[in-house]
Design a protein around this ligand. Structure first.
Ligand SMILES: Cc1ncc(COP(=O)(O)O)c(C=O)c1O
Length: 392
């Protein structure tokens, strides 16, 4: 069903294969291993060195790509972002491809802004480069969120197996697949894209059981839940839910825009989320806003963008099925209250009022409110830059 949703070719020579995983992270590890093994087989056959594989991806990658790279010894070649452009630039990505590139990883629904990368253009540019060089560099699409959005909302958008270089796609069942946490999927275009030597066959459970996962035993509840959702909701049901999420994201975006204080960095076509930055951060920052919103029970992550857009800090709200219009209106109202509270600290107090705060040696030091705010901001930034936070 998922392969069909992603327009996998069905025929005698090509039949999609796939596995259920714990989430997109495991799915990406497996897809990465398949690319690495295929590339190694090819390099060995050509009598060429096969010890320095790399993956080209945007610096907006989710941490699981870094995990894969480090655990399985593959270099990550990152396409830098820039202010106003927060996804992988396909032209730059293709320029970075070399003979050791096992795949280019495109993201359908960037974790940071929800934006869909232009996989169609990437496919075109890479096809040209492959023709010129004689290489056959493939594409993987990390559709952790977008895989269960694009097929329902943007069926004409070509990002999936309709593009010949797309050999595998991952998607999280527990994001817009509408299942509780613990299920993801990876689908390969065809059997030839998943090297046989990665598949283990065991027979001690009564019959031949092929397995290609990092863990062996696993509960079947998530698989059943995913199946139930597919059957229960059907294509129309998923479409209605995704349309509703998008309408609620639009309402939230409009409410945030109305404050006049923020720039929206997320796009209308993408994951239903709103990512926004402060127009003026001279008195307080998005980190202060995130902190103040906690009083109202909201946990809205604030984070800085990756290189080369680190100076941009945003807040992000992801709209899922249970984020109703009523909740969107409450959040808009609470953001308004927080802005009023932060604005109400007079400028001279921000710069001159002092308070006693705990010092590292256990004593107390006097600091201005501005200094305290800067400490908080610095603290959050270190936290985010070290990627200790879970952005999912
Ligand atoms: C683009 C992207 N890829 C991969 C992941 C990892 O997915 P999972 O949490 O299902 O392992 C996420 C989010 O968590 C994501 O946003």
């Amino acid at each position: 069903m998922i392969a069909h949703l992603f327009n996998a070719p069905v025929g005698e020579s090509e039949t999609a294969v796939g596995v259920g995983t714990i989430g997109s992270s495991e799915a990406i590890m497996l897809a990465g291993l398949a690319f690495k093994r295929k590339w190694q087989q090819k390099m060995k056959a050509l009598g060429k060195p096969f010890h320095n594989p790399n993956i080209v991806t945007g610096d907006n990658f989710q941490v699981c790509w870094e995990k894969f790279a480090r655990y399985f010894e593959v270099e990550l070649k990152e396409v830098k972002l820039r202010e106003g452009y927060y996804v992988m630039d396909p032209e730059k990505a293709v320029e970075m491809v070399d003979e050791n590139t096992i795949c280019v990883a495109a993201i359908l629904g960037s974790t940071l802004t929800g934006e869909f990368e232009n996989v169609k253009l990437l496919n075109e540019l890479l096809t040209k480069k492959n023709q010129e060089t004689g290489w056959d560099t493939p594409i993987h699409v990390d559709a952790a969120s977008g895989g269960f959005i694009a097929p329902f909302l943007y069926p004409d958008l070509e990002w999936d197996f309709r593009l010949p270089l797309v050999k595998s796609i991952n998607v999280s069942g527990h994001k817009y697949g509408l299942v509780y946490a613990g299920v993801g999927w990876v689908v390969w275009r065809s059997k030839v894209d998943l090297p046989d030597e990665l598949i283990f066959h065991i027979n001690y459970l009564g019959s031949d059981q092929p397995t290609f996962t990092l863990n062996f035993s696993k509960g079947s509840s998530q698989i059943i839940a995913q199946y139930y959702q597919f059957i229960r909701l059907g294509f129309e049901g998923y479409k209605n839910i995704m349309e509703n999420c998008t309408a609620n994201a639009k309402a939230l975006k409009e409410g945030i825009e109305k404050t006049g204080r923020f720039d929206i960095v997320s796009k209308d076509i993408g994951v239903p989320l709103v990512a926004f930055s402060l127009k003026d951060s001279s008195r307080y920052t998005v980190f202060n806003i995130a902190d103040s919103l906690r009083k109202f029970g909201w946990i809205v992550p604030a984070y800085t963008m990756p290189a080369d857009a680190q100076h941009i800090a945003v807040l992000r709200v992801v709209i899922r099925e249970d984020f109703s219009r009523g909740l969107a209106e409450r959040l808009i109202s609470d953001i308004g209250t927080v802005l009023k509270e932060l604005d109400a600290i007079p400028a001279h107090i921000v710069t001159s009022t002092t308070a006693h705060v705990s010092a590292e040696d256990g004593g107390h030091v006097k600091k201005t409110v501005r200094e305290i705010q800067e400490d908080v901001t610095r603290h959050w930034k270190t936290f985010v830059n070290e990627k200790k936070t879970g952005v999912c």
